[in-house]
Design a binder for this molecule. Structure first.
Ligand code: ZN
Length: 227
């Protein structure tokens, strides 16, 4: 059954370095839905001093798994952010385990709702490592460069403000491989859960950003009814 485009409920899953954040923003713009990322939710709750915010640090140290009692706080929060009952959203960074996926299903079923599509961006680990180890970041303005694809005009120096670029610890191979291992361990059961529900689609994310966006919209457009 087709849905109104601004009621679309999507989940975007992808490894670090797959361009997931960029695609999430594309989806929000195209379908007029809210972008909900766990990082944003945690930051906002930390600023507001909520119980979820107070647990944020604990949550981050626990390797990105939200303690179960906080899952529903988080769902309420993201729902409010997404504009309440009428509006759709794209989730980015959640759910990260099968139990979180089940909690999300229960939460939505309580509102006679469900997830319409789960998009899994797939990219070879070696390709991701190749992208991230060549990334250099400006500590002042946050701009990032790729040593081969988009190098700074002068080696090691930010084009915008002349600061010395840094190779962040996060972008070293061993750390990237560890993050990818964690990602695969967490993602496989979540992907299997949604595959069983018949809403999972895998997308080859090795192409340019615009090609990936085209692939995604080709999958999502048919779900939408023109109002
Ligand atoms: Zn800079």
């Amino acid at each position: 059954m087709p849905v109104a485009e601004n009621a679309l409920r999507l989940i975007l899953i992808g490894p670090p370095g797959s361009g997931k954040g960029t695609q999430a923003l594309q989806l929000c713009g195209r379908y007029n839905i809210g972008h909900v990322s766990t990082g944003d939710i945690l930051r906002r709750n930390t600023q507001k001093g909520t119980s979820l915010g107070k647990h944020a640090e604990e949550f981050l140290q626990a390797g990105d798994l939200v303690p179960d009692p906080l899952i529903f706080d988080m769902l309420e929060d993201l729902y409010n952010r997404a504009g309440g009952e009428q509006q759709g959203f794209v989730l980015d960074g959640f759910p990260r385990s099968e139990s979180q996926a089940r909690a999300l299903s229960d939460f939505l079923e309580g509102r006679s709702q469900s997830i319409h599509k789960v998009l899994l961006l797939q990219l070879d680990d070696d390709v991701i490592v190749g992208r991230l180890i060549h990334r250099r970041t400006c500590p002042k303005c946050g701009r990032s460069y790729h040593l081969q694809a988009s190098p700074p005009q002068q080696a090691g120096v930010c084009d915008s403000d002349g600061s010395t670029l840094v190779w962040r610890p996060d972008d070293h191979e061993e750390v990237i491989r560890n993050r990818l291992d964690t990602y695969h361990q967490q993602t496989q059961p979540v992907a299997a859960y949604y595959a069983q529900k018949g809403v999972l689609s895998s997308i080859d994310a090795s192409s340019p950003i615009s090609t990936i966006t085209e692939r995604i919209t080709r999958l999502v457009d048919p779900l939408v009814s023109s109002v």
